[in-house]
Design a protein around this ligand. Structure first.
Ligand SMILES: Cc1cc2nc3c(=O)[nH]c(=O)nc-3n(C[C@H](O)[C@H](O)[C@H](O)COP(=O)(O)OP(=O)(O)OC[C@H]3O[C@@H](n4cnc5c(N)ncnc54)[C@H](O)[C@@H]3O)c2cc1C
Length: 346
């Protein structure tokens, strides 16, 4: 394993923010991780774990060791009736893992096609799209504690999944390096096509009894038509979470804003699309210098080139203030803010 010095992270985050890392290493095994932690401990530097960099916003140079997780490999652990457990290295690209499952006639994650990033980061925020979250197929994961170097197995009850949340984004934030994730997939198929435009696209594709591969193709086509490609314009997908409010709050707002959309979220809460709130507050398509709000998808903040993390953060704060003023709702960031202060020492 090679430890490099003063490396630009511009190509390692989908916002394309050009901050520098004091030290940088790509790890391809659990042993590499232990070696890297020993290096950081001796150098008295904190550690940042990086997957595909598609859910981070860098706001300063990092006087730290950045570990890019490149641990690969997918293997079948067991099969029992129609259930198969697959283990995947944390550095596998998530979409490649989805394609692997489809090639092997395994179902359960087809709705999560084309989400950028790595397998290891997927449990962090319980990635979700088109009515499915990885919570539904999560079996367990293996992770190394940064402070002790010890390995731990996390079962679903330990991970505490929520909407774009897990224990790794809350109490254990930055404290563990996930190196392997195990998934429960299925050899039989129960289509989940009730969400968004999936049905419409499948009808266009003439698929009355869609296979998992058909659903994956439909999701890919919707995502490609709606979301900006980070290779063309810097972004990290949805910048904010969709707020969840008590039914009474929603009902009051609905009187003032009759077009306000809302989706049931348990018996007493409603999820409101943040995109609607941002657009209504007048931010859709707005630019502030080199950064701005996407003109088709207001939930996505973009770096048009040369913008820095603080400019994006400032833009996000102005949006939060306006939405708060207009609707009394505080928008919570989905993207992980990364600076020196947010990192853990081994
Ligand atoms: C165009 C676009 C569309 C998107 N659409 C969706 C979507 O539909 N649904 C959705 O849920 N998300 C979506 N995202 C967000 C993003 O793809 C996911 O959050 C993804 O899981 C991030 O993976 P990553 O490897 O890039 O993580 P990174 O951005 O590298 O890291 C994210 C966080 O996880 C930590 N981390 C990363 N790897 C590990 C590891 N192995 N061990 C411990 N900590 C780790 C990092 O320190 C950081 O705090 C989208 C992003 C983009 C750019």
């Amino acid at each position: 394993m090679k430890i490099q010095e003063n490396i630009s992270l511009k190509d390692y985050n989908t916002f394309g923010i050009a901050v520098k890392a004091k030290f940088f290493a790509e790890v391809i095994s659990k042993e590499n991780i232990i070696e890297a932690l020993t290096f950081a401990k001796n150098a008295k530097k904190p550690v940042l774990i990086l997957g595909g960099g598609s859910n981070v916003l860098f706001t300063s140079d990092l006087d730290a060791l950045v570990l890019k997780i490149n641990i690969r490999g997918i293997e079948q652990i067991s099969q029992d009736k129609d259930k198969v457990i697959l283990a995947a290295g944390a550095g596998e690209m998530w979409h490649d893992f989805v394609l692997y499952s489809l090639e092997n006639n395994l179902t359960g994650i087809e709705n999560l096609s084309l989400i950028p990033g790595t397998v290891g980061a997927a449990p962090m925020q319980n990635i979700g799209a088109y009515g499915v979250e990885i919570k539904a197929v999560f079996h367990s994961l293996e992770a190394i504690e940064i402070s002790s170097g010890l390995s731990h197995t996390f079962l679903p009850r330990d991970v505490n999944f929520g909407y774009r949340e897990s224990v790794f984004k809350k109490g254990l934030k930055g404290k563990y390096i996930i190196y392997k994730v195990n998934f429960n997939l299925s050899t039989s198929h129960v289509p989940n096509i009730g969400y968004g435009d999936i049905q419409k696209i499948l009808a266009k594709m003439n698929q009355a009894k869609p296979t998992a591969k058909n659903i994956s193709d439909a999701v890919i086509s919707i995502r490609q038509s709606k979301l900006p490609d980070p290779k063309r314009v810097g972004n990290a997908g949805s910048f904010f979470k969709n707020p969840v409010v008590p039914v009474e709050v929603y009902n009051k707002l609905k009187i003032a804003y009759p077009t306000l959309p809302g989706y049931s979220n348990g018996p007493s809460h409603i999820k409101i699309p943040a995109a609607y709130l941002i657009e209504s507050a007048g931010w859709k398509g707005k630019k502030l210098g080199k950064v701005g709000v996407h003109d088709k998808q207001p939930l996505v903040l973009v770096n048009y080139g040369g913008g820095n993390g603080n400019e994006i953060l400032e833009l996000s704060r102005e949006i939060q203030l306006d939405v708060q003023k207009k609707f009394g709702i505080s928008l919570e960031r989905e993207v992980n803010l990364i600076n020196d202060k947010s990192l853990i020492y081994p």
